[in-house]
Ligand binder design. Structure first.
Ligand SMILES: [Mn+2]
Length: 574
């Protein structure tokens, strides 16, 4: 029925987490959930009642104690000394949501403890990610005696040397992969370094721990450090780090604060995104509503606007700033659509290659990263997108789940001027004459990792779920698995054979609505296949027998909360 259909596969628990039917039922009784939910937990590698309970109710008491995170207490001590000796402190962040929330967190916490600090966020277009000498000199002139980096700095050996020569103490907090040479900073705090109990913390998560440790040793009454978890949740979710263990605890508790909307900046962002001030916010809503608006500032405007919004203590001012961000975001969307169309056209001419390298002289460098994600979603292969800026190519790459993009760039490094990032996302710069070398080396690197004929994409399904099982109780239970993200994907279920009762396309035929009947138990439900309108427009659907890969949820429809199925894929049944 459709091109590029992934292979469907039912997940099985890892061998050590496999449960017998009786064990499943016993755990279900103990945890007061259904056996199906226990099955979903075992698919996530959880085996014991204790681990399952902690996953379902991840209280802050489960965070590792501060002395288990290398560098945190020493970093806090250096900050305390700086405060007490009157050294001026500056925090250097980044222009993405993680870097912006980390900057805001440090600044807001310090203000709560009566300490005024400077902050600096680099301009994406002029200097790009990380520290730069011009900014360092500027901070020195302003009398800064201690530089704290958040969400960046681990790769800036030269800039950090310069800062120290200018008399600054330097604390680097970062979560990006360290290179071979570590900067010569006073303290380096990075979850990717040896000895860290959890390698997946985001930049803002690391900042939170550091401020938590400082909170305890500063003289005077402590701030309530939990008040800053809303920022941690925003940055952690937006950075798509795995929501394992410690991150899950931070995010789940932070989302409760975001729901309360106590921070005016977050409340205003919710309102401008069409939510009520106290509406509950999941990782999905952060991903499509809150994070893009914060990011828009750094992509095509001034990232400082987003920092100021998150710090704003006046509701009306916050509203005005949120409106400004919203306008930038609308502009970003228009631009993104234009670039995407051009990129798709290029990609279609490269489908004989296992990895895509797309480029233009005039794409906006703040937007190519999002476009790369869309291209990977569509073509299921790793992708680099490049644009020319000040005479050199600047690029952004995104990966497929099984591909290590950072490793691939490492094997292209002979033709790169600069690169950095993670397994799933990376940035790079190269001289224009190196473009064809990059194409060759990248194709070779992808082939080496994935083979010449990459396996078709696989859609992993959690369990078969007949329609008659889906009621409000089950949906409430399913909510306990939230927040979803890397390492804890939203469960996707396999339906029994269904028949399509009727269907319609909506929003300029962008989306597809279906009314489906389960042929095994006769239950009918309404389903929506978002962004799949174009794909199914020319296919006769009425009366077809299909199976779907789907997630049920409660959704407001015609003013009422109703069960709605979000359709991931449709498969024809012969
Ligand atoms: Mn980050």
């Amino acid at each position: 029925m459709s091109d590029n259909q992934p292979t469907w596969r039912l997940k099985t628990p890892p061998p050590e987490a496999a449960l017998t039917r009786a064990e499943q039922e016993r755990l279900a009784r103990r945890l007061e959930v259904s056996p199906l939910l226990v099955h979903l937990l075992s698919l996530r590698g959880l085996t014991s009642e204790g681990d399952m309970d902690k996953f379902l109710s991840p209280g802050l008491r489960y965070l590792h104690p501060l002395d288990r995170w290398p560098g945190i207490e020493a970093g806090a001590e250096l900050l305390r000394q700086a405060v007490e000796s009157g050294r001026r402190i500056a925090v250097w962040g980044d222009y993405d949501v993680d870097g912006i929330t980390a900057t805001a967190l440090v600044k807001d916490f310090m203000a709560a403890r009566g300490i005024d600090i400077l902050h600096f966020i680099p301009d994406r277009l002029d200097f790009g990610y990380g520290l730069h000498l011009e900014g360092i000199r500027d901070l020195a002139e302003k009398g800064v005696g201690l530089l704290l980096t958040v969400d960046c700095g681990i790769a800036n050996t030269e800039e950090i040397r310069a800062a120290r020569e200018l008399g600054m103490q330097v604390i680097v907090t970062d979560h990006h992969l360290p290179g071979q040479e570590l900067p010569d900073a006073d303290i380096i705090i990075n979850p990717k370094l040896e000895g860290w109990p959890s390698p997946n913390l985001s930049g803002v998560g690391v900042s939170f721990l550091l401020m938590g440790a400082l909170n305890r040793i500063l003289p005077g009454p402590q701030a309530d450090i939990r008040d800053f978890l809303d920022l941690v949740a925003l940055g952690t979710v937006a950075d798509v780090v795995p929501l394992d263990d410690q991150n899950r605890i931070l995010v789940k508790n932070g989302l409760l604060l975001i729901k309360e909307g106590r921070r005016f900046g977050i409340q205003a962002l919710k309102e401008i995104s069409g939510m009520t001030p106290e509406e509950s916010v999941g990782t999905g809503a952060i991903g499509f509503a809150l994070a893009p608006r914060i990011n828009a500032a750094g992509r095509i405007g001034d990232p400082d606007l987003a920092v100021r919004l998150l710090l704003e203590k006046n509701r009306d001012e916050a509203r005005i700033m949120a409106e400004q961000l919203d306008r930038l975001n609308t502009k970003r969307k228009v631009e993104e659509q234009r670039i995407l169309e051009e990129a798709i056209a290029q990609a279609e001419s490269q489908l004989h290659l296992p990895g895509l390298v797309l480029h233009s002289e005039h794409w906006h460098s703040g937007i190519i990263g999002i476009v790369a994600s869309r291209i990977v979603e569509r073509f299921h292969r790793p992708c680099l997108i490049l644009t020319k800026e000040n005479g050199i190519f600047k690029g952004s790459g995104r990966s497929t789940p099984t591909f290590d993009l950072y490793q691939a760039l490492l094997s292209c490094k002979q033709c790169l001027y600069k690169f950095g990032g993670h397994r799933q996302a990376a940035g790079l710069k190269l001289e224009p004459f190196q473009l064809s070398n990059l194409k060759d080396l990248f194709a070779w690197a992808v082939e080496e990792q994935l083979g010449a004929n990459p396996a078709p994409p696989v859609l992993e399904l959690d369990a078969e779920l007949p329609f008659s099982f889906i009621d409000h109780t089950f949906l409430k239970e399913l909510e306990l698995l939230q927040p979803y993200g890397q390492g804890n994907p939203r469960p996707i279920f396999l339906s029994p054979p269904l028949s399509i009762l009727r269907h319609r396309f909506f929003s300029q035929k962008k989306h597809l609505e279906l009314h489906l009947s389960d042929t095994t138990d006769g239950t009918s439900l309404r389903a929506v296949a978002w962004r799949q309108g174009e794909r199914w427009q020319d296919t006769p659907l009425e009366g077809r027998r299909v199976k779907i890969a789907y997630t049920p949820r409660l959704s407001k429809f015609n003013g009422l909360m109703q069960i709605e199925l979000a359709v991931q894929e449709i498969l024809a049944v012969e």
